[in-house]
Write a protein that binds this ligand. Sequence first.
Ligand SMILES: [Zn+2]
Length: 416
Amino acid sequence: MNKEMLERFFRYVKIDTQSKEDVTDRYPSTAKQLDLSKMLVAELRELDLKDAAMDEFGLVMATLPSNLTPAETAKVPVIGLIAHVDTSPEVSGADVKPIIHKNYKGGDINLPGDPNVIIRQSENPNFSGQIGNDIITSDGTTLLGADNKAGVAEIMSLLANLQKNPEIKHGTLRIAFTPDEEVGGGTEHFDVKKYAADFAYTVDGETLGEIEIETFNASAGTFTIHGINVHPGYAKGKMVNAIPIAAEIVRLMHQEPNPATTEKREGYLHPYVIEGGVEKATIRVLLRDFDIDGIRTKAARLNEIRNQVAAQFPRARIELDVKESYKNIHVKLAEYPKVIEYALEATQRAGIQPGTQIIRGGTDGAKLCFMGLLTPNIFTGGHNFHSKQEWISVQDMEKTVAMLVNLVQVWVEKSL
Ligand SMILES: [Zn+2]
């Protein structure tokens, strides 16, 4: 398995699948992502997932049929496994040259392609558990792409493993490989109905053993300030300039917790775009909080700010619009706790110390949850995503595959 899994991973990281921000006229954002998607369809078919296909949006879906009796199959839930094919727009993913640093003995890892790129032990506490392992990095000129090609390779290795070992019992598995996750579009065209899984796991996390069970509640707010523009030479008593009004709104928001002053479970308000002129200005704001009450309080605070500034500038018109982006997946997970319990048990059975994590962000899983598909995020073993210092060990990838093999079995065992 070791050799085959590595070959897969290397084959995938060598394909440039970088996605691109702010592309609105095509989906996925870059055509090159489909090079990997097409390869995966062919490989899925070779592994006997006969219905493997890529849809018009570049989304790959496939089914591994259950190897249980029909009566048993009806009792075992259909499990979805999801990974994304694209890599981050932040760092080049072209011409990736993966390197294996065999039998890691501790210390910093120097990368041959760029003397300035050093993976320092002091910045990587997880190196302590890697002594004797084989660590994979890029050559330092690109990212590695373990995010999320490690997840893709691990899911594919699970399937290869199940094909070779028919005595391992499993229910129906639904696979999905999505494009454009890194630019926030991974679930845009995800057809939850067609996917037809009872729940799913994204295999897109980091440190071995960590299962992500909470995300922020997220909303997006927009202030629109309508001023009145007249020639500035003849503006006395007439002009209403939207710019100072926008500044006052920003000043008041900045008295609230923001991303630079918060950590752990603390939420924030984050004005991140401001544009406009005298006649009209807009401010876009992100609202984030782990608690549902917290996110409501933040929306209410924005409304107070709006009212306060509107009273200060009665001739301007100030609109505020707040829309929900996604909710903390914890709310949905609480309805079906087995999805986490069994994942933790499978982790333990694979000889990995399990743990749960909160993430100060959203995942594709958070969006899928509220499209009706419960989807927590499980680890891949990767580290330092979106950077030239990205790394993963062969042994952690193997353990992740072992966890997935255990996961399908735990579900069979507990459901029959
Ligand atoms: Zn990812």
